[in-house]
Design a protein around this ligand. Structure first.
Ligand SMILES: [Zn+2]
Length: 412
């Protein structure tokens, strides 16, 4: 029996020793690799797409075979949060679909690196959340000398095309460039830049432009800012408050937010692609609607899907259309002036909420209203002028402070 007991004891000792040895060596003996193809727990299938030139968030989703009614829900709500005219090729769309790929669960739209629009689908509606990463704002004076053209000079100095255009358009009303501009002319621009991670983001806010040449003399433009952030009046004016764009038509509303642009779009009623024959502007119920140019009223009545509708024939041969109005202030055959209130924003006819549908007609064809050069005002009125004068003083003072920074205030 003793013999057997010893063997058993040795066996136990051996097993213990082996176990200890294995435990010590255990750091090197790797566990079996986990199977990565774990079908019970799928990874979150975020789809990441970049908006291509000429594409929309909706065409990108359609390319991913997202069901049209899902895109329709988004198309219907999206414009409430984002002015669709600010969407640029290169912006990123991230979409999280349900497992059967039939529903959108979440969507993130990244505009610039700093602005993230989050949408979460909840039943028939969207929950929206804006995430804006902190951006440093800095004002700066940029000076240059004309080489070849102002256009080329601004581009080589790193101005984005839209900034360059604003400066150019403004100065063109004051200066005959082809006749009077010369190489060596001086210009100065006072801007606010947004800086993110050490890089300047595109889209500078231009506060002041000065151009000086032997033949042009000195020409100055100042930025006017209305109390409303998206006012059609915001922009560059001469010192006397004259607009830099003098021969455009007016805007149909005083504050602009485009919820749906001209062309192919998803119909919110049917979830199918349709051609949108105008531009939709978001506006509160009852907001005044203005005639964009003088002309004769040809329609001022209820007209099926358009609801309460006004059409105006202009001497240029173009006609404009204002639809879904809550009220009409003009009658057929009446002559109207540019800027006259013709009706109020509503949601009559085939409409899903208060907005203005603005159409432009040439012959019998609807054309893109953004082809019109629209101008907030040709001249600021008396009240606006008082505001403008004080803004001019602030701008000049800020530039002076930048040129001659005062002594640093030391803490006591
Ligand atoms: Zn419309």
């Amino acid at each position: 029996m003793n013999w057997g007991k010893d063997i058993l004891f040795s066996l136990v000792l051996f097993l213990l020793a082996s176990f200890c040895l294995l435990s010590i060596l255990g750091i090197n003996s790797e566990p079996l690799p986990e199977l990565k193809l774990d079908i019970s727990k799928p990874t979150e299938p975020w789809i990441i797409e970049i908006i291509p030139p000429g594409g929309s968030i909706f065409s990108v989703l359609a390319n991913q075979n997202v069901p049209p009614q899902e895109i329709g829900l988004l198309a219907y709500n999206f414009g409430d949060y984002i002015d669709v005219t600010t969407i640029q090729p290169g912006d990123t769309l991230k979409v999280l679909l349900s497992e059967d790929k039939q529903h959108i669960k979440k969507l993130m739209f990244v505009q610039e690196p700093t602005t993230r629009h989050h949408f979460t689908v909840s039943g028939d509606s969207l929950i929206y959340h804006l995430e804006a990463l902190p951006v440093k704002k800095a004002k700066r004076i940029i000076e240059g000398t004309i080489q070849e053209t102002l256009d080329a000079t601004l581009l080589t100095m790193g101005f984005a095309p839209q900034d360059k255009q604003a400066i150019n358009n403004g100065l063109e009303t004051e200066i005959n460039f082809s006749r009077d501009a010369r190489n060596g002319d001086q210009f100065l621009v006072f801007v606010e830049e947004r800086i993110f991670e050490g890089k300047t983001l595109p889209g500078r806010k231009i506060f002041y432009v000065q151009y000086t040449g032997e033949r042009t003399g000195t020409c100055e433009l100042f930025r006017y800012e209305d109390a409303e952030e998206n006012s059609v009046l915001n922009g560059l004016y001469t010192i006397e408050g004259k607009s830099c764009h003098s021969n455009g038509v007016g805007f149909p509303l005083s504050v602009i937010h485009v919820v749906s642009s001209f062309g192919k779009r998803l119909d919110p009623f049917h979830g199918s692609w349709a051609n949108h024959q105008g531009v939709d502007y978001r506006a509160h119920y009852g907001t005044p609607v203005y005639a964009v140019a003088g002309g004769k009223v040809t329609t001022a009545s209820y007209n099926g899907g358009w609801g309460n509708e006004i059409r105006i024939n202009h001497p240029s041969g173009l006609s404009t259309q204002y639809a879904h109005l809550s009220s009409i202030n003009v009658h057929k055959g009446q002559n109207v002036k540019k800027g006259q209130i013709i009706g109020r924003v509503g949601s009559t006819g085939r409409s899903t909420g208060a907005h203005l549908h603005f159409g432009l007609i040439k012959g019998k064809k609807y054309i893109n209203p953004t082809n019109l050069k629209m101008v907030g005002t040709e001249k600021l009125n008396e009240t606006q002028m008082a505001r403008f004068k004080s803004q001019q003083q602030t701008i000049l003072q800020e530039m002076e402070n930048l040129k001659h920074p005062g002594p640093l205030i030391t803490k006591k």
